[in-house]
Design a protein. Structure first.
Ligand SMILES: *Cc1c(COP(=O)(O)O)cnc(C)c1O
Length: 371
């Protein structure tokens, strides 16, 4: 260890919105056996993980999932680049960094879009979605983020899906930072394409993303454009569903961990996990307010797993981060236009009330003394 290596605390409290603190059983699973991905053991693991992923996504027997080795963005990009047909176009509902990312992904693949730019941390206006769809019959798909992690805002994707369907369009949902802890269900909410990742509210290890949809929707991609070779959903679906084998070499340890994490997520249940995260977030938010800190969003708009907080006067983000890191807490910067004034605190993962209380005490010590 050289002098520039920071001391390694026993357990860092990760308040970044993923990768999260994992359960010991999930971390231990990473050390599973060396394995060939074209042997029956991996085939069984893949099929098991896909099935449990579909359950976590609120799918029924009509639905299935394709699990990709890659982060959440790989799943979002696979969904957008595969689902929008050659002559189709995408309505991008954009109220933050991840809405904007949909736009960038579509641009990279030459997909025509209409960008509904609502402004960061501005709730989605379903009437505006309706007007945009009515005005442009060429828009075949609507892209919307469920939990906009840039601000902590929970978007009403079910309302967007209802409008899209009333106009005969499909919805692509970025549920990367919501699935596992917020209500979203393929069947009940009529989500056509749901992109998620293993390492946020499903509490797996980083390295896997997934797309969940109806089997018929995956089948329907047979004639779709192949805009990407590696992220071609139809290729992955065909390999995973028909041959029960991955198209390419998968991140096997991440599958071991996700298998375990999904068991824990399904045993705890989506509602109980939401309640657990909400209790942690409530404790955190009460403490922040007691310290005189301002939270970006009003209570009714907040997801359970993230709080965006204004950086108090008299201290910069880097100093705040350094001070808290030294006490064993990793806080997270805000992005782009919010970066100068806000930072973010996640309550995802295996965090405890004691972690929150210790964090608040450390924060109080780190803040400049109030006049
Ligand atoms: C984390 C996140 C992603 C994916 O980010 P990766 O770094 O690719 O895992 C996508 N969308 C949202 C809303 C996210 O919070």
């Amino acid at each position: 260890m050289n002098d520039s290596t920071p001391p390694r605390p026993e357990r860092l409290v990760l308040m970044n919105p993923g990768p999260v603190i994992t359960d010991d059983r999930v971390r231990a699973a990473l050390a599973g056996p060396d394995m060939c991905h074209r042997e029956p053991e991996f085939s069984d693991l893949l099929t098991r993980v896909r099935h449990k992923t579909t359950l976590a996504a609120g799918g029924d027997e009509r639905h299935t999932s394709v699990v990709l080795t890659g982060s959440g963005t790989a799943a979002v990009e696979a969904a957008v680049s595969s689902a929008v047909p050659r002559d189709g176009a995408l309505l991008v509902v954009d109220n933050g960094h991840y809405g904007e990312r949909f736009q960038h992904i579509a641009d990279a693949h030459g997909i025509r879009t209409h960008r509904l730019e609502l402004g960061w941390a501005t709730p989605v206006d379903p009437a505006a979605v309706e007007r945009a769809l009515a005005a442009d019959q060429g828009l075949t798909h609507v892209a919307v983020v469920h939990h906009e992690t840039s601000s902590g805002m929970l978007n009403d994707v079910a309302a967007v899906a209802r409008i899209a369907h009333a106009h005969g369009r499909e919805v692509v949902v970025d549920a990367v930072s919501s699935i596992g802890a917020e209500h979203i269900a393929l069947a009940e909410d009529g989500i056509d394409w749901l992109a998620g990742s293993a390492n946020k509210c499903l509490e797996g290890a980083p390295g896997l993303g997934f797309v969940s949809a109806a089997r018929t929707a995956f089948e329907g991609l047979a004639g779709a454009p192949r805009r990407s070779y590696y992220l071609d959903l139809h290729r992955h679906y065909t390999a995973q569903e028909k041959a029960q084998a991955p198209a390419f070499t998968p991140g096997i340890p991440a599958f071991y961990a996700f298998d375990e994490a999904l068991d824990l997520a399904l045993a705890e249940g989506r509602e109980a996990r939401h309640a657990r995260y909400s209790a942690l977030a409530g404790r955190l938010r009460d403490g922040l307010e007691e310290l005189g800190l301002e939270i970006l969003l009003p209570p009714g708009q907040r997801a359970a797993s993230l709080t965006a907080v204004r950086i108090p006067a008299g201290i910069g983000y880097r100093e705040l981060h350094r001070g808290l890191r030294a006490e064993g807490f990793v806080i997270y910067s805000a992005q782009e236009q919010l970066a100068a004034d806000f930072f973010r605190l996640s309550t995802m993962g295996r965090m405890t009330e004691t972690d929150i209380d210790r964090f608040l005490a450390a924060l109080a010590r780190t803040l400049p003394t109030r006049a």
